[in-house]
Ligand binder design. Structure first.
Ligand code: ZN
Length: 221
């Protein structure tokens, strides 16, 4: 059974999306409809970092890989969920918070940082999320991890002018998945795997994804 870790891309004002300040909003426009043209077709416009998405290295690294060239093998793999749901608004997530899972962190695994913040998606305090200490990001890279997912707008502090965590991960040739939804559910899966595949956008710095997780261990725990 698949667990959907993706927020809905919607233009509904009743269930608004949280978008990074200044980034393009989603637009969806019907350009053909069944009554008139015998088919439904929609024109879609959005930013490369709108909704649940990945940042390719090229987002912050000028000569870094773009989403179309990134190795897909790295974007599907065993998930290690770091449970830091006790963190408060804009509280730092340190390596000490993460080292309990140190033994599972290695090349090829996808580390999902579970703050529980996706419950605030579309609300005013969504941006006031806990954020990762850049030393913790460096430790993760040191362990060989290259894909890090979070259930927040960013792994960095929204007020940080330097985006250090982004630079550490993307600078190591890694990828960051942002605005994941409901990572909590992965905690209940035995031997969880996750898939974070992007659209094949030519030379693009990021892409919306349909993030999913599933158990490879039979019975759920
Ligand atoms: Zn992004």
């Amino acid at each position: 059974m698949m667990i959907d870790l993706t927020h809905t891309l919607t233009t509904s004002t009743e269930t608004p999306m949280s978008i990074w300040p200044g980034h393009p909003k989603l637009e969806m426009r019907k350009v053909a409809s069944i009554p008139e043209q015998n088919a439904n077709v929609t024109a879609i416009s959005l930013g490369s970092h709108t909704g649940t998405h990945i940042d390719a290295p090229n987002h912050f690294i000028a000569d870094g890989l773009t989403v179309d060239k990134y190795d897909l093998n790295k974007l599907v793999g065993r998930a290690v969920v770091v449970d830091v749901r006790g963190k408060k608004e804009r509280e730092m997530i340190t390596w000490e918070d993460m080292e309990k899972w140190e033994g599972e962190m290695r090349e090829g695994v996808i580390v999902l940082v579970c703050t529980g913040w996706s419950q605030y998606w579309g609300k005013e305090n969504y941006g006031q999320h806990p954020f990762m200490d850049f030393n913790a990001a460096e430790k993760l890279m040191g362990k060989g991890v290259r894909v890090v997912g979070c259930d927040t707008l960013s792994p960095d502090d929204i007020c940080s002018p330097t985006s250090q965590v982004h630079k550490v991960i993307l600078g190591a040739g890694g990828v960051i998945a942002e605005n994941l939804k409901g990572i909590e559910e992965v905690l209940g899966l035995k031997d969880p795997f996750v898939s974070l595949l992007p659209l094949k956008l030519d030379n693009c710095d990021g892409s919306p994804i349909r993030a999913i997780a599933w158990s490879t261990g039979g019975e759920s725990v």
